[in-house]
Design a protein around this ligand. Structure first.
Ligand code: G6P
Ligand code: MN
Length: 445
């Protein structure tokens, strides 16, 4: 089976390849094609993969190209993990917003809108090419903002594009652990949009175990989201939010912490990643060791400012070893070998969340099999969650429409209507600044 990875020079590709190396089953991936617009990044990552494959019998063969159409032709699966505007673009997304006093983050709030406006046209172009050159391929979208980008691609690929994120699984795993339950035997009732979801229940043998957690301040204080949101608030909510909801529920504190931080997340990664790719351009460098050291540093510092403002401490050991690649591989196996699995994925809603229309991409438990991902019926969202989900989906729809029409007025509406942008005047300033710094937004008129 042939797998094409778009953004193939990206830092997380060795995680995916590592997962492929561990897959010995029938019908596994035997050929990996890496595509990237940057040949230097491709050769750096190719070196890491070569060291990973050393001594592994029948390791998937790896090739690299900067020709997108060539990469897509004949693919059975396409993983799309691109970063439009590169790491520098991420820094600007954050910086512009923070300078105007609102959240600057790659997927949430103003920063997420700017990133979405830049990414959607590129994702749509990819989707159209896949539809033409590899109409039978399944596309697994990792590209952030993942829900929005998956919805953009679904307009051209229908249900053959499925969006993934590791945060719901990580959250479910942490809750299961504090409850002393094996994650595999629990039904995790998670629903919402990407980076905007809630665990409302965790059923074992038909019984909801979540109330046991919500009633116990000690248990609540023993895991990341419990400390991030606080026991009292979680009890009153009756659910455990995805960590990204910290940006909503503690917005002021998060904005202030990000403004005061030495470097934004993007700025930290810009420097870190530049060092990594420079180091790998030296032929004597040990590719895998350098990559792994860099990866560990990246994992331990993830959301550090949020954890610091909340006094939430360090991340847990289990959360430091990746997760994306496991979800992606599980999904790919489910489809390729009809290994039925339940996974939390980004798919078209159909009737799953009653507050949204059928084509809205949502993040919900799905049954995955050879026919793709089928969303499972879930309880309606409680009012507080429905409100946020509808508001953010309306913003996403404005982003999609602005990306399609090039309308600046529609892009302005996206910023102005976002719950984390508190004034139309601020929205105007944001749009102006983003257009000034991002060449990828020149299409807005
Ligand atoms: C989590 C999120 C991803 C995001 C990543 C950011 O895994 O679910 O959507 O890409 O964190 O990590 P970074 O190291 O780039 O800040
Ligand atoms: Mn994610």
């Amino acid at each position: 089976m042939d797998l094409t990875i778009l953004g193939g020079g990206g830092f997380r590709v060795p995680l995916v390849y590592g997962a492929l190396l561990g897959d010995r089953g029938e019908g596994r991936v035997t050929r990996v094609v890496l595509h990237d617009i940057d040949a230097g990044r491709l050769s750096a990552v190719t070196r890491v993969l070569a060291e990973q494959a050393a001594g592994v019998p029948d390791a998937p063969e790896v090739s690299a190209t900067t020709d997108l159409d060539e990469a897509l032709r004949g693919a059975d699966f396409v993983f799309s993990a691109i970063r439009v505007g590169g790491p520098r673009g991420r820094v600007d997304d954050e910086r512009v917003a923070l300078a105007r006093g609102v959240l600057g983050q790659e997927t949430v709030g103003a920063g997420g809108i700017a990133y979405g406006l830049r990414t959607v046209p590129v994702a749509v172009d990819i989707a159209r090419r896949v539809a033409r050159l590899a109409p039978d391929a399944w596309v697994i979208n990792f590209t952030n903002p993942a829900g929005l980008v998956t919805e953009a691609m679904s307009r051209h690929l229908g249900d053959r594009v499925i969006g993934i994120c590791d945060s719901p699984v990580g959250l479910g795993r942490r809750i299961a652990r504090v409850l002393g339950v094996r994650p595999g035997e629990a039904w995790i009732d998670y629903a919402g949009l990407n980076h905007l979801g809630w665990v409302r229940g965790l059923r074992v043998a038909g019984r909801d175990e979540l109330p046991r957690l919500l009633d116990d301040p000690v248990l609540l204080g023993s895991f990341e989201e419990g400390r991030l949101f606080g026991a009292d608030f979680l009890r009153s909510l009756g659910a455990i939010p995805n960590e990204y909801l910290h940006y909503y529920y503690f917005n002021r504190e998060a904005v202030r912490a990000y403004q005061q931080a030495d470097k934004t997340r993007g700025a930290f990664l810009l420097v870190q990643q530049r060092h990594f790719y420079e180091e790998l351009s030296r032929p004597e460098a040990s590719a895998y060791a350098t990559w792994d050291r860099t990866r560990a540093e990246r994992e331990t510092t993830y959301m550090a400012e949020n954890r610091e403002t909340a006094g939430a401490g360090e991340r847990e050991e289990d959360d430091l070893s990746g997760g994306y690649e496991k979800v992606a591989l599980a999904l790919m196996r489910a489809i390729a070998r009809d290994e039925r699995r339940t996974l939390i994925l980004n798919v078209r809603n159909r009737g799953t969340l009653s507050v949204l229309d059928a084509d809205a991409v949502v993040e919900v438990p799905c049954l995955a099999d050879a026919n793709g991902a089928h969303p499972v019926a879930v309880d309606p969202l409680p009012g507080h969650a429905a409100g946020l989900v509808c508001a953010v989906k309306a913003v996403e729809r404005d982003v999609l429409s602005a990306a399609g029409s090039g309308s600046r007025a529609t892009a302005l509406r996206a910023f102005a209507l976002h719950p984390l942008v508190d004034s139309v005047a601020v929205a105007r300033g944001l749009l102006e600044d983003y257009i000034a710094v991002h060449p990828g937004l020149a299409y807005l008129r």
